[in-house]
Design a protein around this ligand. Structure first.
Ligand code: GCW
Length: 673
């Protein structure tokens, strides 16, 4: 009888574990050692979380006493903390929570805990959710929204709350302290009483984890929701409407973070509809939230059909406004000048706006990088951007330093990532998508971290437990050599592989329009379609060659970069291969640095991408002994699909471009199917 019970119990536990393998993210449960937590300050919801986390995850000496102290310390900035082996000191409660998570992370990943101060690179570290009020998610590949329901039911269930809590905990564990919970293509309804009620409920759940709630707003809300005749930012009635709306929000959510705005961009209404500037629009909203300490994040993602080079427009519109924004406005700039492509040079706005707070926006959801199918670790892409030298204030003016307050005295510093989270059991669709959420948080906390370290940390926390659970000692001891090392390498190579099989050598925006940006589509150009939405606008392939001429003789986008970059990019002999066709239109037989022709080089890159993914498949197959069956098979299936996608990209692009090049596929390249 007893054995039956035990077997049933074990079976249930196993089923449960399996069902939750992906759900636990990098916060997987493990046996904690007993610990006593002493708090040298009065209790609060946030401190209770910090205590609970310590008790839940302590891996240090059994029976240790850990002290959490709130104390003034000039070395600590924002939500930073001072860590010791059994102590965390901070000047804010959130700082204590982050310190606890850092301590636990170090214990779990085998990093030393010496007496040291940890300060965040950015004051605001936010996820942007492109979640619509009906529960759908724009560019979301992991199911419906975790915040909004299709049936417009505003009933907040216990299940909702549990989910939001897990979400907030995951954010806090990597130092994220804000969430914009609706799409930048915002519905005016988000500011209606019903939606504000649900927003308050969400904010109440996120708050104990130090995560503030923000909303994206539609610029024409005063007209669409308020019934006014205009949304002109200089109209007194409009200003009053926003002030009243802000008051209404702050009455319910006293620590509401503020507004994110996409205006005069991609058909969204904005100040330009009334002949006003971005600064007029942003400042009007900034004044509405200022009494409550709120922020306005104003996006610089702008382009228009008439512009001959879309890559130039944001710089042209925003640089003249430098210094004209209120100090609670941050201009939010995508990492590249076009749109989250697999590889872009950094946006020339970074470093160029010297008297304005400017924040980078990265895309965690893989809109152009294989959705939730392809395994692409985006950390290396963000690291590449953050480490790019803008030269705007001399050598060493990297994007990281131009945005984190090191170079310019910005009033506020922030970084945003477009979330890849949905209702899927494993949150992100592809299990390795979790690594991108994790990496974004870690880089927002410390913009100098290396992707290698981030991958190492994430793998240890996400997969090490699986080997333990299987209780195969052999598996546990070989784990480093047979799992950690090869899978770290796979992750670090994965973004370059994606560039190779999709848009190598600076090609961009040649993806499929009809498959929601998954797979190739360099040919797509229906009659009467806006040219800047079609791939031929970007690749410019003809018998003469391929690539977008952004040199001084072309669109002159190169001149938006500070020297020595402008000259370097302008000359095909010095322009890095990675950006060659971004800046140049070159003949098919152009001689590359490798000595090969451009055509051969292109073919080789596509081929290389395919081989890399096939190699990833082999590496993953060998990981089987170290991963639970559910995640092993799930990732294996995704890699199989990715491999097919890579072949499709290569074949489609080579056959398409060959119509113009009229050149044979090089002998070393696998011929298209
Ligand atoms: O990347 C493009 C996307 C749109 C998105 C837009 C933006 C939210 O295709 O779906 O809209 O960028 O960033 O505003």
């Amino acid at each position: 009888m007893k054995t039956i019970f035990i077997s049933i119990f074990l079976l249930c536990a196993a089923v449960n574990l399996r069902a939750e393998d992906g759900h636990q993210l990098w916060l997987r449960p493990h046996q904690a050692a007993p610990v006593t937590v002493v708090m040298a300050s009065k209790n609060s919801a946030l401190l209770a979380m910090a205590k609970q986390e310590l008790e839940r995850g302590w891996q240090g000496a059994a029976g240790a006493t850990v002290t959490l102290t709130l104390k003034k310390d000039n070395a600590i900035k924002h939500d930073g903390f001072r860590l010791g082996p059994t102590s965390v000191r901070a000047t804010t409660e959130a700082g204590l929570l982050y310190g606890v998570f850092e301590l636990l992370r170090r214990q779990q990943t085998g990093q030393p805990v010496a007496d040291k101060v940890f300060n965040p690179s950015y004051e605001y570290r936010l996820l942007n959710h492109w979640d619509n009020p009906d529960g759908s998610v724009e560019r979301g590949y992991a199911g419906h929204s975790i915040f909004w329901r299709k049936d417009s039911s505003f009933v907040v269930t216990a299940k909702d709350k549990a989910l939001w809590q897990e979400y907030a905990r995951a954010n806090a564990s990597v130092g994220l302290n804000g969430a914009v919970i609706n799409n930048v293509n915002a519905s005016p309804r988000i500011l209606s009483a019903d939606y504000l009620g649900r927003t308050k409920a969400i904010a109440d759940v996120l708050r104990p984890y130090g995560v503030k709630t923000y909303l994206a707003v539609k610029f024409s809300s005063p007209v669409l929701l308020g019934g006014l005749k205009t949304a002109d930012p200089l109209d007194p009635a409009v200003r009053k409407w926003w002030q009243a709306k802000a008051k209404e929000i702050y009455q319910q959510i006293p620590d509401f973070g503020g507004f994110l705005v996409k205006a005069s961009s991609e058909g969204q209404p904005g100040p330009q509809d009334y002949g006003r500037t971005h600064a007029d629009g942003a400042n009007m909203l900034a004044e509405a939230v200022r009494p409550y300490g709120g922020l306005v994040m104003w996006r610089a993602f702008v382009y228009s059909p008439n512009d001959k080079d879309r890559a130039k427009q944001a710089y042209n519109e925003f640089v003249p406004l430098d210094g004209k924004f209120r100090d609670n406005v941050i201009v939010q700039v995508k990492n590249g000048p076009v749109d989250f492509q697999p590889r872009e040079p950094f946006s020339p706005l970074f470093g160029a706006m010297k008297k304005t707070s400017v924040m980078p926006e990265f895309q965690i959801t893989q809109e152009y990088l294989g959705h939730a199918i392809d395994l692409v670790f985006l950390s290396t892409m963000w690291e590449e951007c953050l480490r790019s030298d803008t030269y705007q204030a001399g050598p060493g003016s990297t994007v990281a330093r131009c945005t984190d307050g090191s170079v310019y005295p910005q009033k506020h510093t922030a970084m945003a990532g477009v979330a890849n989270v949905g209702l899927d059991t494993n949150w992100t669709g592809q299990d390795f998508g979790q690594a991108n959420w994790y990496a974004f948080g870690r880089l927002a906390w410390n913009n100098q971290l290396s992707s290698a370290q981030i991958a190492d940390e994430w793998l240890k926390q996400t997969f090490a437990g699986a080997a333990d659970q299987r209780a195969t000692t052999a598996a546990a001891s070989d784990w480093n050599t047979n799992f950690l090392v090869p899978i770290t390498q796979l992750m670090l190579a994965s973004r370059e592989a994606a560039v190779n099989y999709s848009m190598p050598l600076g090609l961009h925006h040649i993806m499929s329009a009809t498959h929601d940006h998954y797979g190739p589509g360099p040919w797509w150009a229906p009659p009467k379609m806006r040219a800047d939405w079609t791939p031929p606008y970007y690749h410019q392939a003809s018998a003469n060659g391929v690539g977008f001429d952004r040199t001084t003789g072309g669109s002159n986008a190169v001149s938006q970069y500070h020297e020595p970059l402008a000259a370097q990019f302008n000359n095909p002999a010095t322009c890095p291969d990675e950006y060659l066709l971004w800046f140049h239109h070159l003949p098919w037989d152009f001689k590359m640095k490798s000595g090969r022709t451009l055509w051969d080089e292109l073919a080789l890159h596509y081929d290389q991408g395919v081989h890399q993914v096939r190699q990833f498949q082999q590496v993953w197959d060998k990981a089987q002994p170290y991963v639970d069956a559910e995640r092993f098979v799930a990732v294996q299936n995704k890699l199989r699909a990715q491999s097919g996608n890579a072949v499709l990209w290569k074949d489609a692009c080579l056959l398409y471009f060959q119509q113009f090049s009229h050149l044979p596929i090089p002998a070393t390249v696998e011929p298209p199917m």
